[in-house]
Design a protein around this ligand. Structure first.
Ligand code: 5AD
Ligand code: SF4
Length: 388
């Protein structure tokens, strides 16, 4: 009987793609995918550290599984299950996870996922910890496995250099590095050959994609060049991308969105806050005015643009006035969709040195105010997209 693996993914699209990559590695070794942890020989949680809530959920869910597993007597000849925590939380917490979850067998950070089949083998004998390489590892083209039949994620880069003061990502996913163009192009061709025509290019900040085109040795190959290259691939029908950082997005991008026929006219442009004082504390590198002028340009250039954003409320020292700046900007821009998060201090980030001084009740109230506004705008602005 081939062994079975179950992978549960927490967090963002990059993690979804990493989980597919991991599944592909195990499939290549003859494993099959299990539908639930109950039927699996290996149970992996690919985790997220962006907010405390996601970490708590992963730890408590894994704790519950370990409890059940260790209560059951081993009735057959098979080796007991292997339980592993993988990804951002593994990178952030390392060894501490074995203390929090004594029954855990394996902790594998963001840079070691290619070694997972081997680590899982070794974990049959002893606990395995692998947290190196976070600054270097990049997803490669093979092996091919895609969860969905009609859409595929393509990772074009990994890591982040921006160090927004609240964000754990640069600490757990390492420095920004871009995948070589031929590797990406070949992966997109594989996807098309497998019958998928709708793709999303992924990176923490796709607008800073940068590599060298090996065909012209001196030419720097940026994100717009990559969009053009992928737009030319036969069989691709729709190309989306995320995320764009407001400090790096500009007219060139908007013109490409207008001119390249396959590009989805959707821009995810995280605002985070409408207050200049808070934006500065967040180290975002733009002002409210700059953000507004960017949106204006994007809407002038790209017909039917759909604009979505991320907002953090309750960042340390956020006053009622700062919050009102965010509220008024959201009223002015009328996003098609906004993801609104309560600030969550992350150990090791710069903002974690500031006191998390906005009371929970205030955070909840501000969160609700923005959600209510956004729900109203959602109904007002999105009806035109029904059936499209
Ligand atoms: N607390 C709350 N939200 C956060 N995000 C990133 N870090 C934090 C944090 N410490 C949000 C940002 C980012 C999105 C992916 O998650 O809005 O754009
Ligand atoms: Fe985090 Fe900022 Fe990088 Fe996005 S751009 S991953 S918010 S540090």
């Amino acid at each position: 009987m081939p062994k079975k693996i179950y992978i549960r993914t927490f967090g963002c699209q990059m993690n979804e793609r990493d989980s597919e990559f991991i599944a592909g590695l195990f499939l290549e070794k003859g494993y099959t995918l299990a539908d639930s942890p109950d039927d699996a020989d290996i149970v992996l949680f690919n985790t997220c550290s962006v907010r405390e809530h996601a970490e708590h959920r992963a730890i408590s869910n894994m704790g519950a599984l370990l409890k059940i597993a260790h209560r059951k007597p081993i009735t057959d000849k098979r080796k007991p299950k292997i339980f592993g925590i993988v990804g951002c939380m593994a990178q952030a917490m390392g060894n501490k996870l074995f203390q929090r979850l004594p029954g855990l067998d394996m902790v594998c950070g963001t840079g070691e996922i290619a070694k997972l089949p081997e680590l899982a083998q070794k974990a049959q004998e002893k606990k395995m910890l692998a947290t190196g390489n976070a600054d270097k590892f990049i997803l490669s083209r093979s092996p091919y496995y895609r969860e969905k039949k009609d859409h595929a994620y393509v990772s074009i880069m990994r890591g982040c250099n921006n160090f927004c003061s609240y964000c754990i990502v640069p600490h757990v996913r390492g420095k920004e590095r871009s995948r070589p163009v031929p590797d990406i192009v070949n992966e997109v061709k594989d996807i098309v050959a497998n019958g998928i025509r709708n793709i999303t290019l992924l990176g923490q900040n796709v607008n800073s994609y940068k590599t060298h085109d090996t065909r012209h040795k001196t030419h720097v190959f940026g994100f717009i060049d990559l969009l053009k290259e992928i737009n030319n691939i036969d069989g691709v029908e729709k190309i989306s991308f995320m995320t764009s950082h407001p400090k790096d997005a500009g007219i060139e991008l908007f013109e490409a969105m207008r001119d390249l026929d396959k590009i989805n006219r959707h821009l995810h442009l995280p605002l985070q806050s409408g207050s200049d004082r808070i934006l500065k504390l967040m180290n975002r590198g733009y002002t409210r005015k700059k953000y507004l002028s960017l949106v204006k340009k994007a809407r002038e250039i790209v017909p039917d643009l759909r604009l979505t954003t991320d907002i953090i409320i309750g960042f340390p020292t956020e006053t009622g006035k700062d919050f009102n700046d965010t509220l008024s900007l959201m009223k002015e821009v009328e996003f098609n969709l906004a993801y609104i998060f309560k600030y969550s201090p992350r150990a090791g980030t710069k903002a974690a040195r500031l006191k998390d001084d906005v009371p929970e009740a205030t955070k909840s109230q501000r969160h609700k105010t923005l959600l209510d506004l956004q729900r109203g705008l959602y109904e007002k602005n999105n009806h035109i997209f029904i059936n499209r």
